[in-house]
Ligand binder design. Structure first.
Ligand SMILES: O=P(O)(O)O[C@@H]1C[C@H](O)[C@@H](CO)O1
Ligand code: GUN
Length: 289
C-alpha cells in the first residue's frame, strides 16, 4: 500500500466511515455506547467482554490493519457489566506509516455506531520523577507534539456532520469520568499506584533521547508515548466523552551515566504485571459510568 503524503487533506469521506459503520451494525446485534481502545499489551481488556462478536480488521470494509507486537488487530463487540461495548484490540500508530487520518479512522466509525464514551489506554514512559513503573495515570490533559508540527487529524476539509471547524481541547478529558475513575481506583485497591497527569505524544518509533526527556519534563509532561492524542482529538471533535489511562511501563532515562535503555520488551513485561489490575479497574469503571 502506498503511504499517503503527510500533507493530504482528510483522506476519507463521511460516506466511507458510514460504509464501515453500517457493515458493522449489520453484522452484530450489539449497539455499544462505550468504546475501549487497548494500548500495547493491554488487549486483554477485550477478553472481559461476554457474548462476543469478533471482527478481524482485515474483514471489515475500509478498516486499516495493525502491525505492532502486543496488538492483536480485531474489533470485539460484547457486553461488560451489562453494557454493550466495542473494544479495539490493536490500534493504529502514526509510526507504522499510517497517515494521521487513518490512525483515527476507527473513532469516527465508533461515533457513527452510536458510541458516546471512549476509554483510551496506552503504555507510556514515566517522565515525572515521582512516578513508578506500574503506576496507572489518569490523563487530565495532553501535549499534541505531532500537532505542533502540522499532524493534527482535523487538518483538511471539515465535515460539519462530525463536528465544528475549531473544536475546544481544554476540556478534552472529561472531569466527571476522571472523578469516577479516581473513586473506582480507590475501591478496587489501585489507589496506591494511581496518578493523574499530562500525557505527551511524540511520533515515535524511536524512544526519546535524554535531552528530549528533559525538554518534555520542562514542558510539564508526566508521561510520554506514541499514541492516544490523535484519537482523543477526533473523539472530542465529534462530541464523544473521553477517559484516558496510561500505564507507566518504564521510567525514561534522564541520566547520562545510566545503563538503562527503553525497550518494547520491558513495556510488554510491565503490562503483563498490571493487566489484572487494569482489567478490574476498567470493568468496574464501566459499571460506574
Ligand atoms: O499503543 P501504545 O501507545 O500503548 O503503545 C506504546 C507506544 C508504542 O506503540 C509502544 C512502544 O513500546 O508502546
Ligand atoms: N515515546 C515513548 N513511548 C513509550 N511507550 C512506552 N514507553 C514509552 C517511552 O518511554 N517513550
Amino acid at each position: 500500500m502506498e503511504a499517503a503524503p503527510s500533507t493530504s487533506p482528510c483522506r476519507y469521506s463521511y460516506e466511507e466511515y458510514k460504509e464501515t459503520a453500517d457493515w458493522l451494525l449489520a453484522h452484530t446485534k450489539q449497539r455499544p455506547k462505550i468504546a475501549i481502545i487497548c494500548g500495547s499489551g493491554l488487549g486483554g481488556l477485550a477478553d472481559l467482554l461476554g457474548d462476543k462478536a469478533v471482527f478481524p480488521y482485515e474483514d471489515i470494509p475500509r478498516f486499516p490493519t495493525s502491525t505492532v507486537p502486543g496488538h492483536a488487530g480485531q474489533l470485539v463487540f460484547g457486553s461488560l457489566q451489562g453494557r454493550d461495548c466495542v473494544c479495539m484490540q490493536g490500534r493504529f500508530h502514526f509510526y507504522e506509516g499510517y497517515d494521521i487520518h487513518t490512525v483515527t479512522y476507527p473513532v469516527r466509525v465508533f461515533y457513527l455506531l452510536g458510541v458516546e464514551t471512549v476509554i483510551v489506554t496506552n503504555a507510556a514512559g514515566g517522565l515525572n520523577g515521582s512516578y513508578n513503573v506500574g503506576d496507572i495515570m489518569i490523563l487530565k490533559d495532553h501535549i499534541n507534539m505531532p500537532g505542533f508540527a502540522g499532524q493534527n487529524p482535523l487538518c483538511g476539509h471539515n465535515d460539519i456532520r462530525f463536528g465544528e471547524r475549531f473544536p475546544c481541547m481544554s476540556d478534552a478529558y472529561d472531569r466527571d469520568l476522571r472523578a469516577v475513575a479516581r473513586q473506582t481506583a480507590e475501591e478496587q485497591g489501585c489507589g496506591g499506584f494511581l496518578q493523574e497527569g499530562v500525557y505527551c505524544m511524540l511520533a515515535g518509533p524511536s524512544y526519546e533521547t535524554i535531552a528530549e526527556c528533559k525538554l518534555l519534563q520542562m514542558l510539564g509532561a508526566d508521561c510520554v508515548g506514541m499514541s492516544t492524542v490523535p484519537e482523543v482529538v477526533v473523539a472530542r471533535h465529534c462530541g464523544l466523552r473521553v477517559l484516558g489511562l496510561s500505564l507507566v511501563t518504564n521510567k525514561v532515562v534522564t541520566d547520562y551515566d545510566s545503563a538503562e535503555k527503553a525497550n518494547h520488551e520491558e513495556v510488554l513485561r510491565t503490562t503483563q504485571r498490571r493487566t489484572q489490575d487494569l482489567e478490574r479497574l476498567v470493568s468496574q469503571l464501566i459499571a460506574n459510568i
